[in-house]
Design a protein around this ligand. Structure first.
Ligand code: PLP
Length: 327
């Protein structure tokens, strides 16, 4: 268990003391140059082996709020393959904090993600889909808080102001000559944090879900909650809505084939739910000449590799091609 000895909630740098097991900054790697366009990767997946990518960014300030509030346990919500659930379980283990996961679905089958969560000591309970749908409902949350006063509640996916606050910090680590930043999106919290950082470059957002037009508003609202200054104009937030691969959690054969080719060529592991779809879209945009020659495009690797084992098992059960690598 890590000790927070000497850390004071009022002292700047408090958080770094507590979470000293994760890197403070992720590396930036050059991938390739094509048609005069350079593609770089911001390797947030390397921040921590288990609390990786935007999960670490999002949990950082939630964990700080947990400690400052004197709570005893952390509780969150997630699907049975959730990266966030796995990251919270790992954070619980790393810091010696009891963690609970409320998982969507009447029958929570055992899979690699949930087995990992349990191995970290997380207690898992399943909620019916109907009850799970109340995860953001203020009455339901107030009820939960009343039953469990010592529990710090973290919203699904680590969203919320604290989550966006951690993601905002990515901006300060990007090179000053970045022309475009590409990132995948689910709740839009990561994009909101980056938008609140007032980027000089456009954010290219690749939603992992179908019909994600609602995300623009969600991102702008979250960014405004974090940053009261006027946000950059709408041209700084560009959406690519056609790279969801059939919907959230779907991994069609062309996506898997692309990811395997990408891995063979660049030795970069992508996850099939978020980053695989973003890179698929990004490479297509480069080939279509979307970017002016001389552009420096940075793609944010948001992690999520823990989900590969579960996806491979699912694809194998359907006799479909699998990814040639695991996390
Ligand atoms: C690996 C990974 N990438 C991207 C996202 C999407 O991030 P956001 O929900 O902040 O849009 C998630 C989900 O939170 C994720 O697990």
């Amino acid at each position: 268990m890590l000790s927070a000895a000497g850390a004071s909630p009022n002292r700047p740098g408090y958080f770094c003391t507590v979470l000293s097991f994760a890197s403070n900054e992720s590396p930036l790697e050059f991938l390739f140059e094509k048609e005069g366009v350079q593609l770089w990767v911001k390797r947030d997946d390397l921040l921590h082996p288990e609390i990786s990518g935007n999960k670490w960014r999002k949990l950082k300030y939630h964990y700080e709020a947990f400690r400052r509030g004197g709570f005893r346990q952390m509780l969150t919500f997630g699907g049975a393959f959730s990266n966030h659930l796995a990251a919270l379980a790992a954070l619980g283990k790393e810091t010696g904090t009891p963690a609970y996961g409320l998982v969507r679905g009447e029958e929570v089958k055992d899979n690699a993600t949930l087995a990992f969560c349990r191995s970290c000591g997380m207690e898992i309970e399943s909620l019916s889909r109907k009850r799970y749908a109340l995860k953001d409902d203020p009455d339901f949350l107030a009820e939960l808080k009343q039953w469990l006063p010592e529990v710090y509640l973290i919203p699904e996916g680590g969203k919320g102001l604290a989550g966006a606050q951690g993601c905002r910090e990515i901006a300060a680590e990007l090179p000053s000559d970045t022309d475009f930043l590409a990132l995948p999106a689910g709740t839009g919290t990561t994009a909101a944090g980056l938008l609140a950082a007032q980027p000089s470059y456009p954010l290219l957002v690749f939603p992992a879900l179908k019909g994600a037009r609602f995300l623009r508003r969600a991102i702008v609202e979250q960014a405004l909650a974090l940053q009261e200054k006027p946000l950059p104009g709408p041209e700084k937030l560009r959406f690519f809505l056609d790279y969801h691969g059939g919907g959230y959690g779907k991994a069609p054969p062309d996506l898997i084939a692309f990811m395997n080719r990408f891995y063979r060529e660049y030795e970069l592991k992508l996850d099939p739910v978020y980053t695989g779809k973003m890179f698929f879209g990004l490479v297509e945009l480069i080939n279509q000449g979307y970017f002016p020659r001389g552009s420096k495009v940075v793609a944010l690797h948001t992690g999520g590799l823990q989900g590969i084992a579960g996806m491979n098992a699912h694809l194998a059960s359907k006799k479909q091609n699998t990814l040639i690598y695991e996390a």
